[in-house]
Design a protein around this ligand. Structure first.
Ligand SMILES: [Zn+2]
Length: 119
């Protein structure tokens, strides 16, 4: 699998983590995945989570850095985090594409998966 750059202990991801009240966060900035509260190994062990973030990278590439950020923040203001259209798309992509990132292992069960922040 061809993965983008992964940044551990990212201050940007830490800020998002506190904003969302989440124990751990992965977020896409440009073509990199930024992590806070989770190691690279733990992140890569959840192919649903990887597929979710890969969809954000695709959205970034489709809309450009500014286009993505503006749409993302407008979606947040209008719909709340959980219903941001990019997040809805990313959750659907996670279900569709997790098998691409499973590296031959069985897919994790719902209990083993990283939960999406709900607010
Ligand atoms: Zn997301």
């Amino acid at each position: 699998m061809n993965l983008p750059r992964i940044v551990e202990n990212s201050p940007f991801a830490r800020a998002a983590r506190f904003k969302l009240g989440a124990g751990n966060v992965a977020m896409v900035l440009g073509r990199s995945i930024h992590l806070s509260g989770v190691t690279r190994e733990e992140f890569l062990r959840d192919p649903f989570w990887v597929a979710h973030e890969m969809e954000h990278i695709r959205q970034y590439e489709q809309h450009g850095r500014l286009g993505f950020l503006v749409r993302y923040l407008l979606g947040w203001a209008r719909h709340g985090y959980y219903h941001i259209p990019f997040e809805v798309e990313a959750r659907a992509a996670a279900e569709r594409n997790a098998h691409l990132y499973a590296a031959g292992r069985p897919l994790p069960t719902p209990a083993q998966r990283h939960p999406s922040p709900k607010q």
